[in-house]
Design a protein around this ligand. Structure first.
Ligand code: AMP
Length: 369
């Protein structure tokens, strides 16, 4: 027998029942985000590799080992998009959106690609719904994007949610802090996991994500970036918190929150769900005040988030799977009625009815008997 070809590891098929649940995610995202002034954007599935190297950061796991990059045949390196913020910022620059009233508010629902270790809730092609507000550094914009994600997750009945919130300050302070943390980690290197030890130079903040108990013990005594914020950054963060308080959004300030992308400045946040296993992050984001400029655009601060569609569905209550209702069901007896049944179904559809034609051949045999 010929060997069966299967879908690549870490990918999945979206079957009709799954598609119905996903359509609800899209419908609710459109309803909530478009009402708040966000317009839909879709960028290409692949981009110049340089966009992610510069945008996401050379030192990140994504750029170091998770990108599907390929030569386009003309000596140019392209990459299947691993995330949506850098492409949206690229489009903002490319289409001169800085000339529009700011902030420019955009949302997307697209698939993304990361060469990760595949497991439940972690795939190599996955879908994200995301929102970006570019062109304002107002803390109200941070609070608003968080509010919108909270509203979306609530509308989709995602269970067991917890919001973690922190601030990464500005790049200068972060660079100084990184040195301080490196020195601390070197001092305790003998107690760190080999993974954390290996990252001291490239990405020391990731040690806060460690699951290894000894590393966690070391990190419990580590200096915190949140204690090093400049006056302006601390004030910005205080205003974000105040606005969230006013909107009755519960959150935990978590100074150990580290996001896997380098472009973040100031506010960072992540929604986790207790209904998920090890991969508990449902959606997260933050502010990226230097990203547009790093991509060759004008100075334009921005903030946004992305949430995983598969994780939303895993953490949600029962997904809606009812088939769409039918107004008219056309069956025919004998092949001589087939043309008439076809015509009738077509006419019914043109008249606005949801018409389905019997195709399983269940009645056809009877006329012959
Ligand atoms: P990130 O861009 O890494 O901040 O991811 C944002 C959200 O996308 C996460 O909270 C997850 O819900 C989802 N996500 C990220 N990576 C994956 C993956 N490999 N498989 C499924 N969902 C993912």
């Amino acid at each position: 027998m010929t060997e069966r070809i299967q879908a690549p590891r870490g990918t999945f098929d979206v079957l009709p029942d799954d598609a119905a649940a996903r359509a609800v995610v899209e419908r609710e995202a459109r309803r909530i985000l478009e009402a708040a002034g966000y317009g839909r954007i879709e960028t290409p599935s692949f981009e110049a590799t340089e966009l992610f190297a510069r945008g996401v950061g050379e030192a990140t796991d994504i750029v170091q080992k998770e990108m599907y990059s390929f030569d386009d045949g003309g000596g140019r390196s392209l990459t299947l998009r691993p995330e949506g913020t850098a492409p949206v910022c690229r489009a903002y620059v490319e289409h001169g959106m800085h000339k529009l009233p700011q902030p420019v508010r955009l949302w997307y629902l697209s698939s993304f690609f990361r060469h990760e270790r595949a497991q439940a809730g972690r795939y190599r092609q996955f879908w994200q719904v995301g929102a970006e507000a570019i062109g304002s550094d107002d803390p109200a914009v941070d609070a608003e994007v968080i509010l919108l994600l909270a509203e979306l997750l609530d509308a989709l009945t995602v269970r067991g949610l917890r919001l973690r919130l922190s601030s990464l300050g500005s790049p200068g302070v972060r660079a100084e802090y990184r040195e301080e943390l490196r020195a601390y980690l070197r001092q305790h290197a003998d107690r760190l996991s080999s993974e954390a030890r290996g990252r001291i130079d490239l990405n020391p903040l990731r040690a806060f994500d460690a699951t290894d108990p000894a590393t966690r013990e070391v990190m419990a005594g580590a200096p915190l970036l949140l204690d090093r914020l400049s006056g302006d950054d601390a004030e910005h963060f205080a205003q974000v918190r105040e606005l969230l308080d006013r909107a009755d959004i519960a959150y935990d300030v978590d100074p150990t929150l580290v996001r896997g992308l380098d472009y973040y400045t100031r506010t960072v946040f992540e929604f986790e769900s207790a209904a998920l296993g090890a991969q508990s992050g449902v959606g997260g984001g933050g502010r990226y005040d230097g990203l547009v400029e790093a991509l060759g655009g004008p100075p334009a601060p921005g903030t946004g988030w992305a949430a995983g569609v598969e994780r939303i569905l895993l953490a949600a209550g029962a997904p809606p799977t009812a088939p769409p209702p039918v107004d008219l069901y056309v069956a025919y007896v004998g092949d001589e009625q087939r043309a008439e049944a076809f015509a009738l179904t077509g006419a019914a559809r043109r008249a606005g009815l949801r018409a389905q034609l019997e195709l399983a051949g269940r009645l056809r045999g009877r006329a012959d008997g």
